[in-house]
Write a protein that binds this ligand. Sequence first.
Ligand SMILES: Nc1ncnc2c1ncn2[C@@H]1O[C@H](COP(=O)(O)OP(=O)(O)OP(=O)(O)O)[C@@H](O)[C@H]1O
Length: 297
Amino acid sequence: MMDKALTISNVNKDRGKIRVLSDINLSLSPGERVALLGHNGAGKSTLIKSILGLTTFQSGEILIGAAKPGSARARAATTFLPEAVSFHPALTGREQLTLFARLAGEKADVAGLLDRVGLPEAMDRRIGTYSKGMRQRLGLAQVLLGKPEVALLDEPTSGLDPISRQDLYAIIDELAAQGTAVLIASHALTEVEARTDRIAILRKGAKVADDTLSNLADQAGLPIKLRIRAAENPDALAAQTGGTRINGASVELLCSPATKMQALRQVTALGDAVVDVDVTPPRLEDLYRHYSGEAVQ
Ligand SMILES: Nc1ncnc2c1ncn2[C@@H]1O[C@H](COP(=O)(O)OP(=O)(O)OP(=O)(O)O)[C@@H](O)[C@H]1O
């Protein structure tokens, strides 16, 4: 058995005179959930298309297990959910999924899958009558057909309501638990922060980060924020602690992981002058700003 479900090695791709993927290395183990982040135009979709064999690249290698992109073996092992899924509007959800299952040579429990993605009542309605979120759910049912080794999801939660987003990540967790490697291209930082194992960031076609959230935070050396609420006088508290008053009641102090406990002791020593304290480690949004080197769009 291959130990990597997906291996991308030194991939370069040019579009005309522009290098849109530059020496990309990225690998996913079975069951790993990896977020692929980057500004508009950073190269996320191009990388996904390269993995799918829908576009060629100048140099480097991509392997799905041991198979080349676009080969019958790679196509059987890979599933893809595009950002804007489109289906035949005249078919019902059940008919469309049955058709996909036949094409894939799968004996699938179509009704069970549609139930799983929250379309039990709509499965016998024409897809033309579905909302965007319902079409996205149907796309997910397609992703769940068979047992893909690699799932590529491009902005999977766009157009979904908050509960549907939770459902989607629960399904992604199930896919990962059955051994599927899941690559999720997304701009939804808060979601992927909580629901992926590793974060890869592209910037202008180059990979600028690829690690767990906590390792990226350590490497970036970004400060931890202590937000303390004053009992009465936030200005006095700011002067005493060297912090910055951020609203009518609270003061913010910055510290490093190494000085966090010392800072907390300093706050505790202030006694009744402080009524509350929140400790906030760097969030993915802060790390994203740091690694992508530009303001978040
Ligand atoms: N069909 C195309 N022809 C020419 N250039 C293209 C084409 N598709 C993408 N590009 C260029 O390739 C670069 C990478 O685009 P890509 O769509 O991969 O970015 P992305 O990270 O997926 O962006 P977004 O977040 O907006 O979806 C951009 O400079 C884009 O203009």
